[in-house]
Design a protein around this ligand. Structure first.
Ligand SMILES: Cc1ncc(COP(=O)(O)O)c(C=O)c1O
Length: 482
């Protein structure tokens, strides 16, 4: 139940936790920010954190741990094999998902690597509601093709559709029949669909996907990395979930999907990753990969202290007071920007507030990378580091042509339990200033373009001198303010 304010016009999301450890931040003057983003090749991944005021790059591995998570980490049992820590993680997975078989991996993409090795290959199609960068890279690396079967509503930047991550069920059936079930690597549902703005999938749609898979004999996989946000949206937007316990939703999903994996850098506010199932033969098929790529079966490349905090964090992800904080802060920021006319993805999803860069700089051609340009401009405007989720985050087609993203987004992640509301107000203020000065934002061009996952390491430069002009305008408008 949310807390009502006496004066309803002052209603804001209220944290049900308090801060007990802090990290000092600094905000560089705008002239320094200009220099730093250019030195970083206009790639926010290449900025040093000391030069960033608000790090909104990701919600991955940067969520704030609770007192209980830290306390648990001290009881870690540091043994190579048979560690008691693993038993506590396995119990947490049993309690939360009801799954018996648990394989630890060092992070989400390590699970994707193993699933690609086990199920993908030439001639095999991996179906997804939408791809995630690392999922697609692993599936295609071993020769599979990836097909996205999201409903058209998922790609509308602004709508009141509550579940934009939903699969197109008819298309899924049709494509399985066309491809042939034996050529389907797996059917993957990504909860809290990352690249379209952290948009949720309804419970009804997830269960319908698993029914289709069982009917047709295809493997169903749930990427549960963003499931806690997704469950918040199920509880608040889907009638049948309103009176369900959060834990009942986790267990219902685990009853239906063949396999579940997640990045614990998101789900459980810790680090590491997990593959889990109720199916013994799938477990046996996958277990051999763990010692090969990750580490022994009881630690999977994860530090045992982290595993202890993961176990506690999993129980915390059953608590609506914890899992509502991220989505409610994001909602606050997105609504604030929308009211000013700034184009943001609506309805707001989980993990972050997404600026619709395509509409922010509508005249900029795709091949000048609007989402990356808005990101560089925002760092200059406020020392805020977001992440490009547009064409730069795509892979080129095998023939080298550019694959333009359906949506050009600049993502402002809101790590869970980290920022204060005044910091989000600052973000809104600087984004509004940038919106009012959007005519100054120009494009970018490659100076170094790696072949694989180019968004991590690639470098770009401004076309013309728009960044200097933007910094000058900032100085003029803000005087001697940082
Ligand atoms: C939906 C989804 N799946 C998988 C991953 C990969 O997880 P990790 O970053 O732990 O490798 C991510 C990471 O952001 C994600 O958002």
């Amino acid at each position: 139940m949310s807390v009502k304010f006496y004066q309803s016009e002052n209603q804001v999301p209220l944290e049900m936790h308090k801060v007990r450890m802090i990290q000092k931040l600094s905000l560089l003057p705008v002239e320094e920010r200009l220099k730093k983003i250019q030195e970083a090749g206009n790639n926010t991944f290449l900025l040093q954190n000391k030069d960033v005021y608000l790090d909104m790059l990701t919600d991955s591995g940067v969520n704030c741990m609770s007192d209980n998570q830290y306390a648990a980490s001290f009881q870690a049992d540091d043994s190579y094999a048979g560690s008691a820590t693993f038993l506590r993680v396995r119990k947490a997975i049993n309690d939360v998902f009801g799954c018996e078989y648990v394989l630890p991996v060092h992070q989400g993409r390590a699970a994707e690597n193993i699933l690609a090795e086990a199920f993908c290959g030439p001639g095999k199609v991996a179906f997804m509601n939408f791809h995630f960068t690392t999922t697609k890279a692993h599936a295609t690396r071993v020769g599979s093709t990836v097909e996205e079967l999201i409903q058209p509503k998922g790609l509308l930047p602004k709508s009141d559709e509550p579940f934009k991550g939903d699969y197109d069920l008819e298309l899924l059936k049709k494509r399985i029949d066309e491809v042939g079930a034996s050529n389907v690597a797996y059917v993957r549902v990504e909860a809290g669909t990352n690249l379209i703005g952290g948009q949720p999938v309804s419970l009804e749609n997830m269960l319908a996907v698993t029914d289709i898979c069982h009917d047709k004999g295809c493997l169903s996989i749930l990427d549960a990395s963003l499931l806690q946000d997704n469950i918040y949206f199920m509880k608040t937007r889907e009638a049948r979930c309103k009176f369900m316990e959060v834990g009942d939703i986790y267990r219902l999903l685990a009853d239906h999907f063949d396999l579940i994996y997640f990045s614990a850098r998101k789900l459980s506010f810790s680090k590491g990753g997990i593959i889990t199932t109720k199916n013994e033969s799938l477990y046996k098929q996958l277990m051999g990969y763990i010692p090969l790529y990750e580490g022994f079966l009881t630690y999977g490349g994860i530090d045992v202290r982290t595993m202890e905090s993961m176990a506690v964090g999993l129980y915390e992800s059953l608590d609506m007071e914890y899992i509502s904080q991220g989505p409610e802060f994001i909602n606050y920021l997105a609504k604030e920007l929308d009211a000013y006319g700034v184009p943001v993805i609506l309805p707001p999803g989980g993990l972050g507030c997404h600026l619709n860069a395509g509409a922010f700089v509508p005249d900029m051609p795709h091949n000048q990378y609007p989402a990356a340009a808005v990101g560089a401009a925002l760092y200059i405007a406020g020392g805020i580091r977001g992440m490009e989720r547009g064409t730069v985050s795509e892979q080129r087609e095998p023939d080298g042509t550019e694959r333009y993203a359906e949506l050009e987004l600049q993502r402002l992640a809101v790590p869970r339990r980290v920022f204060t509301l005044s910091q989000l107000k600052y973000v809104a203020d600087r984004v509004k200033w940038l919106w009012d000065n959007r005519s100054l934002i120009g494009g970018l061009e490659w100076t170094e373009e790696p072949e694989v996952l180019r968004f991590f390491f690639g470098r770009m430069k401004e076309i013309g001198h728009w960044q200097e002009e933007l910094a000058e305008k900032f100085r003029k408008d803000f005087g001697d303010s940082l």
